[in-house]
Design a protein around this ligand. Structure first.
Ligand code: NDP
Length: 304
């Protein structure tokens, strides 16, 4: 039966060249693909390296907002005998997200593994005023990552894995919020719209210097990661409801405190050690049902 079907497609495409170009290339469509954001350096690059080293059965895409930095990173892997592919992807630019999503849909029919690793943090000594830090940090770590998920979640194939690189700082920040905010961030009925409204509220209050009076912790980075972890839980619940038989697992994680440009040289973990938990979640075996919608650190589900 499948032979006849294949033969029929071959015949049709041979007869009708215009159809040949629009027909999916079965080899590519069945090739698995993993996509890692912000992976030209730091933990993201270590994640790509680990996926290549662990012989991920498919193509591994290193993505970066800057093509030059991305190409250099791909070359650095090639020098170690590892093959990663590259696609430009600036998560702060919705056009770039849409263009990447279109590429993966067309080339692979979707995405098997998505690791949202791209993130920013102001240094402690940065003189930028708090309202600016709040707006800029939330823009990348929450709103742009949410844009990624808006465009990529519908592309995740059955059995797919989504990993959002959050932080233990997000969990600590949660505990510093007012009881009312904590209740919402831990509830099972918070919606993406409500959460996004709360993230916008934080930025608005920060601009007026009133965020602490409003029950928020005094940290832009921590708040952005609280938001990302809660968003992960919302998406996991939604996928369970809307695609109950697809076996997709969505989790947030903390890589630990890792020596990168973001965290500095004093952090105890190497980037390779920081990649362990994100890669563990990305490669959860076929048929696994857990963890899903959880916050994971050192490969263990953490309380939220
Ligand atoms: P780095 O600063 O070393 O790397 C961050 C990466 O994200 C870079 O590749 C950077 O690209 C990229 N990036 C930033 N903004 C964008 C954007 N708009 N679009 C695409 N890529 C972007 O940080 P880490 O490797 O330390 O951090 C990786 C993730 O891990 C972050 O989400 C961070 O919050 C999280 N994390 C890190 C911890 C640590 O101890 N290091 C602890 C807990 C969480 P570019 O080079 O162009 O700037």
């Amino acid at each position: 039966m499948s032979f006849c079907f294949t033969a029929q497609i071959c015949f049709t495409s041979l007869q009708l060249p215009h159809l040949r170009s629009s027909l999916p290339k079965t080899t590519d469509m069945s090739t698995k693909v993993a996509v890692v954001t912000g992976s030209n350096k730091g933990i993201g690059l270590a994640i790509v390296r680990a996926l290549c080293q662990q012989h991920y059965h498919g193509d591994v895409y290193l993505t970066a907002r800057d093509s030059g930095r991305g190409d250099e990173a791909v070359k650095s892997l090639a020098a170690d005998g590892l093959t990663a592919k590259f696609h430009q992807l600036d998560i702060n630019d919705e056009k770039s997200i849409v263009s990447a999503a279109t590429f993966f849909k067309k080339t692979y029919g979707g995405v098997d593994v998505l690791i949202n690793n791209a993130g920013i943090a102001f240094k402690d000594a940065d003189p930028a005023p708090f309202p600016v830090q709040a707006e800029v940090t939330l823009k990348t770590n929450y709103f742009a990552t949410r844009d990624m998920l808006t465009h990529f979640l519908p592309l995740i194939k059955s059995g797919g894995r989504v990993v959002n690189v959050s932080s233990f700082v997000g969990a600590r920040t949660l505990n510093k919020c007012s009881a009312a905010l904590q209740q919402r961030f831990r509830s099972d009925d918070i919606t993406e719209e409500e959460l996004t409204g709360l993230m916008e509220q934080f930025v608005d209050l920060a601009k007026k210097g009133e965020h602490e009076k409003g029950g928020w912790a005094n940290t832009a980075y921590g708040t952005s990661k609280t938001g990302l972890t809660v968003l992960t839980m919302i998406h996991a619940r939604r996928l369970t409801k809307e695609r109950p038989h697809d076996g997709i697992l969505v989790n947030a994680c903390c890589p630990g405190w890792v020596r990168t440009d973001m965290a500095g040289p004093k952090a105890p973990k190497s980037p390779e050690e920081g990649a362990v938990t994100p890669v563990f979640l990305a490669l959860l075996p076929a048929g696994a049902t857990d963890p899903h919608g959880r916050f994971v650190s050192d490969k263990e589900v953490q309380p939220w």
